[in-house]
Structures are given as C-alpha cells and as structure tokens.
Design a protein around this ligand. Structure first.
Ligand code: HEC
Length: 111
C-alpha cells in the first residue's frame, strides 16, 4: 500500500516537472527561424551582406553591427520601411515579413 502511494506521488511530481520544463524552456519559435532566413537571404539585398548579427552567423561590415546597435523592433521597422543612409527601403517585403524580421533582429541582437 505504502509503495503504491509513493509510486503515484512520484508520477505526479514527474508530470509537474515535465510540464514546467516545457512551459519555461526558451522556445525558438517558427518566427525566429523565418526571421533568420529573411535576414540571411530572404530580403534582397540580404541584410547579412551589410550587417553583423552573431546569432545568425552574419558578419557584414558595411552598416552598423546589430549586436552593437541592439535596435528595438520599431527602429528596425523604420529602417526597413524608409531606408536610411546607404540602406535601401525594403518595399518588396510584406508588412508581416517586416514585422517578423524586426522582432527577430531586436531579439537576436541581444543574444
Ligand atoms: C547595402 C548595405 C545594407 C543592407 C543590404 C542593409 N543595410 Fe541596414 N544599414 C546599412 C547602413 C549603411 C546603415 C547606417 C545608415 C546610417 O545611419 O546612415 C544601416 C542601418 C541599419 C539599421 C539602423 C537604423 C537606425 O535607426 O540607425 C538597422 C536596424 C538596419 N540597418 C537593419 C537592416 C536590415 C534588417 C536589413 C535587411 C532587410 C538591412 N539593414 C540591410 C546598410 C545596409
């Protein structure tokens, strides 16, 4: 009897541990992956040609390093929509792609 209760208790603890590790593990979302692809080659010309972003393995040096600048998503969006200095505006990207890319750069530049 005692053993049975213990087994049950252990199973409950195990289940709780499993659920909380799933809930709190940093999950790389599908959007992160899409953002990385846009940064590396989806946007034309590719951001990676001109910018360093370590998390994406990009080492461009024409524009500022994203790791040093650590722009928030709004700043990235502004550069994408309007262009800035030598950087062209990315009018061929959809608003959704711009948002995914901006969120990704904001997050990945702080990794
Ligand atoms: C042809 C080279 C080139 C490409 C390609 C390029 N950039 Fe830039 N980018 C620059 C340069 C140069 C600057 C600095 C402009 C300035 O401050 O005068 C810049 C600035 C920025 C900034 C900072 C804007 C600010 O407010 O200071 C962000 C964010 C940025 N780029 C993101 C991107 C992303 C994301 C992509 C891909 C969609 C991209 N860039 C593609 C050259 C480029």
């Amino acid at each position: 009897m005692q053993k049975k209760i213990f087994t049950h208790f252990a199973a409950v603890i195990g289940a709780v541990a499993l659920v909380s590790s799933v809930a709190f593990a940093p999950i790389a979302t599908a959007n992160d992956e899409a953002g990385k692809l846009l940064f590396l080659k989806g946007a034309a010309p590719a951001c990676a040609i001109c910018h360093t972003l370590e998390a994406a393995g990009a080492a461009g040096a024409v524009g500022p390093s994203m790791n040093e600048l650590q722009p928030d998503a709004a700043r990235v969006l502004n550069a994408l929509k309007n262009g800035i200095g030598q950087m062209p505006a990315y009018t061929s990207l959809t608003p959704e792609q711009m948002q995914i890319l901006a969120d990704y750069v904001a997050k990945a530049s702080r990794e």
